[in-house]
Design a protein around this ligand. Sequence first.
Ligand code: GLN
Length: 241
Amino acid sequence: MNNGLRLVWVYPDLLSTYGDQGNALVVERRARQRGLDVQRVDVRSDQPVPTSGDIYLIGGGEDRPQRLAAERLRRDGGLSRAASNGAIIFSVCAGYQILGHEFINDLGEREQGLGLLDVISTRGEGARCVGDVLADIDPQLGLEPLTGFENHQGVTHLGPTARPFARVRYGRGNGTGDGTEGAYNDTVFGTYMHGPVMARNPQIADHLLKLALDVNALPPTDDRWYEALRAERIAAATQPA
Ligand code: GLN
């Protein structure tokens, strides 16, 4: 990182439902709170994706914008080149499916993804996965529990080189029935959590910053608001109906 942290928000014109753009705001703010110089770059789908970013964020979207985004990202190649340079990529829902090998598009056809995560998404036969989620993040990452909101028809199957990002206590996650939620591999992450997920889970934003800075810890911030929100969501998810 020569000129501070470069944060790239990929395709806000196609992939930013459910306030996913808030993830960029949270990462940016938490970096600034630690005195880091942040340059945020919003890349529309008619622009090339820069390859020199440190952290890339990609959100969720409806089925048609998801197909258009996958086509343009494949054609552009910038995000894949950034990944092979070791960039950190965090993706949500449609963005997560696009990072996998393939998903079912709005025309009911198999659409090729970028293959940056070893996952395949199919179309769920059952009810759409909609609602609040509470999940335990992979203990290897050492992060607080994940709370969020999901809304997807796709079901995501993990291949051998993808680790489950979390395991659900409440909610559906990847929708396969095996309790997994999201996937990751080194510096590439995918989740079904909207919300935006970072506003509910700043521990994820901090994890990305630590990876970008190659440090084990960051200076503390005042997180009482986030902690109160997490406690409220955990209580709501675990309350008997
Ligand atoms: N279109 C995808 C699905 O339903 C992703 C939806 C989303 O991003 N919320 O599975």
